[in-house]
Ligand binder design. Structure first.
Ligand code: SF4
Length: 533
């Protein structure tokens, strides 16, 4: 047994390595990125396990399913909105006969530190009818990753592991367990269990439903789902999930009534333990990180006269992260005076593009050409360049989800808007922008797509894009059919006037144009230079 000081994300990566993982796939997305970063570094240094970024979360999950089909263990990592992209593979993957353990790690972002929404991955586990494990600290992140592989092979389903930003990005010491060998190659022997033709899918769905009782029994007996009763106190009980546990424990010393406490970290929820606690008390306080998932799910299990204190009454905050302070009112504790912190006179620091960022030059070209036009529309995608929506640039008008700049621009143009431009990064284009371009080409939509190619996935820390920039023009030309309206320009101030001429010309063209504005992110260029020197 050794001790490691690791981030929550790194604890998952180490748990996977020590748990006998053979293949690791993912798409970068804060706060999950460091899991794959660790696995990639480890793999490079030690020669295994296989680790690679994928084009998007769906391809990553499908690749992991291929590993599992071969009988080996696979892990796939993404942020919460990434599971929306992978949802098709995920929902169908739950019906397959999983032999090699498959763990899907999803890092949620309550508080939207770097995300478009706050969605709670626990709903996806319920949706697909598979177990979910939710660690409260780095040690559990390590242990649960290992356990998730075993559970996946025992139950024959993929297992979700849910992290949240605060755990992913905080550091603590963990104790490791002995390293497990990788599985031997052992391809699934019954093809019918891996081919979701309707007759097979119906049989597999029946099988999955049949295994629900095993999953509930597992949850009911898990030591993680610990119920600690105080027979003397029949007034109030507390249920915690995720990091709600830590915030409860931080406050518990101030409670004089010592409530009975159930912590839930393994799903589906342990119904018997919930019933036992609910039957014992008059009030149930529910502290859960994310949506009021448990609160809504267990409503039918609880006595009618039981008072519930939680998110649905807005006593526990419905949005943002829980904190040790904001759960206090639900526990009947006085609100702490946080005036010491709030009185600090810190200057405001709105997010903005780095000084000298190539996207800045491209947006200035767009902004000046826009000023000459009577009407124009600019849609943006997800990446550093989304910061162009803020002052002083304030260019894009929509930011929706990965890949949606091109498709939203298509819809806008087809409904009658003029001079419609979509701004998308190289990595996002390869993630899910390409299919939007295919739609535009198929319909002959009048749209100008500007791929801002900074030769990296900058927003998540500078990961290598899935194809090098040198291939991008070929890919786009292949989709367009010819290269007449595929123009590569330097995203540089010295080319400002020439770039404006090109943009005016392509906006005047009634059809699909793609302008690829290329210049390396100054941050990755700086890091590369530092490494080389
Ligand atoms: S990290 Fe790179 S791409 Fe992102 S804002 Fe800074 S310079 Fe621009």
């Amino acid at each position: 047994m050794s001790e490691f000081v690791v981030l929550g994300d790194e604890a998952v990566a180490l748990g996977a390595i020590h748990g006998g993982v053979s293949s690791c796939y993912g798409y970068p997305g804060t706060p999950s990125t460091e899991i794959m970063e660790y696995l990639l570094d480890y793999s490079k240094e030690k020669g295994g396990p296989f680790a690679s970024w994928s084009s998007n979360e769906k391809t990553a999950l499908e690749e992991a399913l291929g590993t599992s089909f071969a009988g080996k263990r696979a892990i796939v990592t993404m942020k919460h909105v990434g599971l929306n992209v992978a949802a098709d593979a995920f929902m169908n993957g739950a019906l397959l006969d999983i032999r090699g353990g498959l763990v899907i790690v999803v890092a949620d972002d309550p508080g939207m530190h770097s995300s478009q929404n706050e969605q709670d991955t626990r709903y996806y586990a319920d949706f697909a009818r598979v177990p979910l494990l939710e660690p409260v600290n780095q040690q559990q992140a390590y242990d649960m990753t290992r356990e998730a592989f075993d559970l996946s092979e025992k139950m024959g389903v993929p297992i979700l592991l849910r992290l949240v930003t605060r755990l992913s990005h905080s550091r603590a010491a963990i104790q490791s367990s002995p390293i497990r060998e990788e599985n031997a190659l052992n391809k699934a022997d019954n093809k019918q269990d891996w081919m979701l033709l309707p007759a097979n899918a119906r049989r597999r769905w029946d099988s999955l439903l049949g295994r629900q009782k095993d999953m509930i029994a597992y949850s009911e007996n898990s030591s993680v789902n610990a119920l600690v009763m105080n027979e003397a106190n029949r007034e109030r009980g507390v249920i915690t999930t995720g990091l709600g546990y830590n915030y409860y424990m931080e406050n518990r010393g101030e409670l004089t009534d010592n409530p009975s406490h159930l912590h839930i970290g393994v799903y589906p929820v342990p119904e018997e333990k919930i019933r036992k606690l609910a039957a014992h008390v008059k009030e149930l306080v529910i502290l859960e990180e994310g949506y009021p998932y448990v609160e809504r799910l267990i409503a039918g299990l609880l006595p009618r006269d039981l008072k519930i204190t939680g998110k649905m009454q807005n006593i526990v905050p419905l949005q943002g992260e829980l904190t040790p302070d904001n759960v206090r009112p639900a526990l009947g504790l006085p609100v702490r005076d946080s005036s010491v912190v709030s009185s600090m006179d810190l200057p405001g620091r709105p997010p903005q593009l780095c000084a000298g960022c190539p996207h800045d030059d491209t947006y200035r070209v767009i902004k000046e050409v826009q000023a000459e036009l009577e009407e124009s529309t600019v849609t943006s995608d997800i990446g550093c360049y989304a910061l162009g929506a803020l002052p002083p640039l304030s260019v894009p008008e929509t930011i929706i989800c990965m890949g949606a700049s091109i498709t939203a621009a298509k819809g806008s143009s087809e409904t009658g808007l003029k001079n419609v431009m979509a701004v998308i990064g190289d990595s996002t284009f390869l993630h899910s922008g390409m299919t939007g371009l295919v739609d535009c080409v198929s319909s002959g939509t009048d749209v100008t797509i500007i791929i801002v190619d900074n030769e990296t996935t900058a927003m998540t820390g500078g990961q290598t894009t899935i194809l090098p920039s040198s291939r991008l023009e070929q890919v786009v030309t292949g989709i367009m059919g010819d290269g007449e309206h595929v123009i590569t320009i330097p995203a540089h101030r010295k080319s400002h006037e020439e770039n404006k001429v090109i943009l005016r010309k392509e906006l005047a063209y009634k059809g699909v144009s793609v302008i690829i504005a290329v210049r390396e992110c100054i941050e990755t260029a700086r890091k590369a230079k530092k490494k080389g020197s």
